[in-house]
Structures are given as structure tokens and as C-alpha cells.
Design a protein around this ligand. Structure first.
Ligand code: FAD
Length: 532
């Protein structure tokens, strides 16, 4: 497989690009200067999250011999799959949006995603349940949404429609023009400032919503989206309002077999290109010589040589723990400490020996407090007694994810990252019981008595298992001052031929974000031909 297909498929054709044409390749220190070798140039990808696997596919298509090294015993990262007692639990992403970004990876390999993945539309996208028990079905159907808004707040219909048009305008710029562009210099940033001002990016998501609708509950319905990517609606730039249009236009989907089916599919693409995914292989250090990445060293002591190294590990962790301090001019320990980190999550996966057919695939249970709870999580870093929850019932779409007559669930509570100082091993069971009591009193009567299996994920696990700095679930917080040029760059500012992909780099967290970060690499990683 040669290097032209990725670039030509996207109209970004750079076959035979010279090293000096490529961002990050300084004159005189380009790939050839580092020594040509016969055969395909080698790329190592640290981590097998969606961003890492997408990067591996793209590098393989562009002619690299790719090895993905993954610390855990199976691929997927946050999308790891737990199988226990006959139940299948996707650990992380469940709301699949922007399916075209996945489809593109199959197309680059000359394959059709539909041959491997049975992706089903989910409706409603979300059933939102307010604290008083009232519900709002959030869908992609314009007429149904208008009717739901009118039911909640008749005076807000016109403002809601203006908000939808605004979301589309933001999408046209924020996603179509910026998400796959590397922000490697001030000039890239300066170029987008007029658009950002025109689209009111200086406002927060909540601020933008509040300018369009008056009803407090509707403001919550239209502003919760940043939470899906680790942002506080009260401080995340309104660019993230584009998610509303993204969902409305392309829908919300779920693969039969669970999100793990997509991970499996991506691994098969990597392997089909001659690449390898090695699990149980933790990287201890990026090998840097004279300012340039030369490969990685594993915890086992093994060294893997490479022409380019792509880190899909958490960006703060990559710099703080994998890149030697003497190789870091920008990402010093101090700068890493001073970044703001996203919230974390408490997730309870559970299976029950009965079914709850009235519970939607995706339910959001809003608690009694909105802004005050978010302040506790993001500003004050305290674990509150109340919570807002996301409840996932994958068996609503694919009953095969649980034994016959049973339902699989996970419930997720946004919580502060480890800056809260919470002793999670000592707290987790009490916290789980509080959530269980709320679910039992609302949507899942008889829950505790029907439990068949159970497992927890806490902020401590995000740090210890997934190696995420401060146990943040989504990397650096997506505020304007930590976006685009201000986020750790896709082409490392400190180490030549080290690249970043995934939630901690541009454009950010969530599957559309990390898949887009892999697209950015096509623009900054030299073509394989540059090494021959
Ligand atoms: C519970 C939860 C629910 C979510 N729900 C959604 C959703 O519904 N929709 C959506 O779009 N997004 C969702 N997200 C966000 C989305 O899942 C993430 O932003 C995305 O999956 C992150 O992908 P990534 O490429 O950054 O890699 P990650 O998934 O973070 O994977 C990184 C990998 O690197 C490995 N690694 C780290 N350090 C090393 C090392 N030193 N050596 C070897 N390997 C290493 C880790 O083990 C891990 O496998 C959710 C996230 C969570 C946690």
C-alpha cells in the first residue's frame, strides 16, 4: 500500500512531499538527513484509542509500517470492552455521531464500513428527564423538536429555530474549516479570528443558548453538549454549539455488537494494511536523540525503533512522563501543572435479571442544580451529594449485549478530577449506592434486587489504568484559551517527528474530535516517500 491514497482521497494530495514542505521538519534536520533506510518507514503509535487506531490506519495507507503499542490487554482505550457474566459493556463512547469520519477510514482502505459494521440510527437521541419527572425527547426531526420546544415553552420556538441556524453557521466554520487544520503557528490562529468574532466564539455555550431561549429547562436541554467532551457549558466556547447541528444533520448511531465492534473493525483495517496492534505493551519513554524522536522504550525494556512516533496517550501524561524533561522547552512540568483539566467521570456498569422496556437507549437525568453543580465539579473541585446522570441502555438497540431476558446498563456521573482529593476507593460504594437509590426511585424500580453483575470506573482508574493526568476523563478542559493553537499541537512543539493524536490535542475530545485529530496528521506527518 503506497502513500498516495490517503492524500488524494481528501484532496490534500501531497505525494512525494519534500520534508521542508512539511510542518515540523526543520531544514537540514529532515527525514533524509536522519538516514534513509530500505523498505517502508516505520511508525509507532502509543495507545489504541479511536484516535490512535485512526492514525494507524491513515499512516498505513500512506505507506508506513505501523505498530500500535497498547498498555492494556485489549484495544480501544476509553472504548475498551468489558465482558462479564454474559453481559457486554462498552466502557466509554456510546453516542456515535459523524459516521462519515469512520466511513472515510474504511474508504481509504478500499473497503466499505457497512460490510463490517451494522450501524443503527438511535431515536430519540436523548430522553432528558428533569428533576420534577417531566421529560423532553431530543431528536433530529425538525417538526418533532419544534413540538417538544412548544410543549415546554411556547414562547421560545422562534428563538430555538434561530439557535439551530446559528449552530449550523458555527458548524460550517468550526468543524468544516477548522477541525482538520493543524494549528501550528500564530498565523493559523490569526486567520480564524474574524470568523470567531462573527460567530461570537467569545461567548460560552450557555451564554449563546441564553441569548436565544428564555426557559430555564430549555436552556439546559440546549447547552449540555459540552459535557460530552469534558467541558463546562458555562465556560466552554460557543464553538461547541456545533455539536447540535452535527447530531441533527447526521444523526446519533449505535453499532450492533456495541462500540467495541467499531474498535474491532479499526483493528482489522490496521492489520489489513500490514500493521500490528500489540496489547500489554506499555511505553515507558519516547526515545529522543538530538531533539528528534527515534522510537519508544517499553516497560519490559524492549526498544522499538521508528521514524515517526505518534502518541495517543494523554497529552499531559505524554510530556510529563514519556518525554525526557531535557527535551521539553514548551511543555515543562510547570506548564503542564498550570493547564486546566476537564472533569472526570464515575461510571457504574451493571446488568440486571429483568428488562426495563420503557427506558430509552440514552437518558439524561438532570438533577436539582445545574450551574451550581457544574461549579462544584469544574471550579470548586468538590464531590457534591447530588448529581446529574447519563443512563445508557444498549440493550434497547441490541438485546444480544445481555443474556436473554436481561438488560445491560451503564450510568455515568460527571465528577471533579483528582484535584478534589477524593479518596475514591473509600467513597465509591457509598456513591454507587446513592446513584442506585436515585435510579430505583425514578426509572429502574427494583434495581438492587435484580442486579446480576456490576463494575465501577472512578477518576482514580482514569489516572492509574488509562494514565490520564489528574484522572481527567477528556484531557485539557476545552476552553478558548486551551483550544486550537493553545492546545498541545498535533506536531510536537518540543520534539521533531513526535506527533499527538486524540483527546488531548487539537481539535479535542469525543469521537468526532479524535478522529479529526488523526486527519490533521495527514497534514503534518511527512509522506512515507520522504524517508526512502
Ligand atoms: C465514559 C465515557 C463516555 C464517553 N461517551 C462518549 C460518547 O458517547 N460519544 C463520544 O463521541 N465520545 C464519548 N466519550 C469521549 C471519547 O470516548 C474519548 O474522547 C475518546 O474515545 C478518546 O480517544 P483517544 O483517541 O483520545 O484515546 P483513549 O481512548 O484515551 O486511548 C488512549 C490509549 O492509550 C493507552 N496508553 C496510555 N499511555 C500509554 C503508554 N504509556 N503505553 C501504551 N499505551 C498507553 C491507554 O491505555 C489507552 O488505551 C466518552 C468518554 C468516556 C470516558
Amino acid at each position: 500500500m503506497q502513500n498516495t491514497s490517503a492524500s488524494s482521497a481528501q484532496g490534500e494530495g501531497r505525494p512525494g512531499a519534500r520534508p521542508e514542505d512539511v510542518a515540523g521538519a526543520a531544514p537540514g534536520r529532515g527525514p533524509r538527513a536522519a538516514g534513509a533506510r530500505r523498505g517502508r518507514p516505520r511508525a509507532v503509535v502509543i495507545g489504541s484509542g479511536f484516535g490512535g487506531l485512526a492514525a494507524a490506519v491513515r499512516l498505513g495507507v500512506r505507506g508506513y509500517e505501523v505498530t500500535v503499542v497498547e498498555k492494556l490487554d485489549a484495544p480501544g482505550g476509553r472504548a475498551y470492552v468489558h465482558r462479564q457474566d454474559g453481559f457486554t459493556f462498552d466502557a466509554g463512547p456510546t453516542v456515535i455521531t459523524a459516521p462519515f469520519l469512520l466511513e472515510e477510514l474504511w474508504q481509504l482502505c478500499g473497503r466499505r464500513m457497512a460490510d463490517d459494521i451494522d450501524l443503527r440510527p438511535v431515536t430519540p437521541f436523548y430522553r432528558i428527564r428533569f428533576h420534577d419527572g417531566a421529560t423532553f425527547d431530543y431528536t433530529g426531526d425538525a417538526a418533532a423538536m419544534r413540538a417538544e420546544v412548544a410543549r415546554l415553552s411556547p414562547g421560545d420556538v422562534e428563538g430555538y429555530e434561530r439557535f439551530v441556524r446559528k449552530s449550523e453557521a458555527i458548524f460550517r466554520v468550526g468543524f468544516e474549516e477548522l477541525a482538520h487544520v493543524p494549528f501550528g503557528s500564530w498565523i493559523d490562529m490569526a486567520r480564524i479570528v474574524p470568523d470567531m468574532v462573527r460567530l461570537e466564539s467569545y461567548r460560552t455555550v450557555y451564554g449563546l443558548v441564553a441569548r436565544h431561549v428564555k426557559d430555564d429547562r430549555l436552556r439546559q436541554v440546549l447547552s449540555f453538549h459540552p459535557l460530552l467532551v469534558g467541558g463546562n457549558p458555562f465556560s466552554t466556547t460557543s464553538i461547541y454549539s456545533l455539536i447540535a447541528f452535527l447530531e441533527r444533520n447526521w444523526g446519533v448511531h449505535f453499532p450492533m455488537g456495541g462500540t467495541g465492534a467499531l474498535v474491532k473493525g479499526l483493528v482489522s483495517l490496521v492489520e489489513g494494511l500490514g500493521g500490528a496492534v500489540r496489547c500489554g505493551a506499555e511505553v515507558r519513554r519516547v526515545a529522543v536523540e538530538r531533539g528528534r524522536a527515534r522510537g519508544v522504550e517499553l516497560a519490559s525494556g524492549e526498544r522499538i525503533e521508528a521514524d515517526v512516533v505518534v502518541s495517543n496517550a494523554d497529552s499531559a501524561w505524554t510530556y510529563r512522563h514519556l518525554v525526557p524533561p531535557e527535551a521539553r522547552r514548551r511543555w515543562t512540568d510547570r506548564r503542564i501543572e498550570r493547564q486546566r483539566y476537564s472533569m472526570s467521570l464515575f461510571v457504574w456498569y451493571f446488568g440486571v435479571r429483568r428488562r426495563y422496556p420503557d427506558v430509552a437507549h440514552h437518558t439524561i437525568l438532570l438533577g436539582p442544580r445545574y450551574k451550581a453543580l457544574l461549579d462544584d465539579i469544574f471550579q470548586r473541585h468538590v464531590l457534591a451529594d447530588d448529581f446529574s446522570l447519563y443512563l445508557h441502555r444498549p440493550t434497547a438497540t441490541d438485546p444480544a449485549l445481555a443474556p436473554p431476558g436481561c438488560d445491560a446498563f451503564y450510568v455515568l456521573s460527571p465528577v471533579p478530577n483528582l484535584q478534589s482529593g477524593t479518596d475514591w476507593p473509600a467513597t465509591q460504594e457509598r456513591y454507587r449506592r446513592a446513584i442506585s437509590a436515585l435510579l430505583e426511585a425514578t426509572l429502574l424500580p427494583g434495581l438492587e434486587g435484580a442486579l446480576a453483575t456490576s463494575r465501577l470506573l472512578t477518576p482514580q482508574d482514569f489516572q492509574d489504568r488509562l494514565l490520564s493526568f489528574r484522572g481527567a476523563a477528556f484531557g485539557p478542559e476545552p476552553v478558548l484559551t486551551q483550544s486550537a493553537f493553545f492546545r498541545p499541537h498535533n506536531a510536537s512543539e518540543d520534539v521533531e517527528h513526535l506527533y499527538l493524536v486524540g483527546a488531548g490535542t487539537h481539535p479535542g475530545a469525543g469521537l468526532p474530535g479524535v478522529l479529526s485529530s488523526a486527519r490533521v496528521l495527514d497534514r503534518v506527518v511527512p509522506d512515507a516517500s520522504a524517508f526512502r
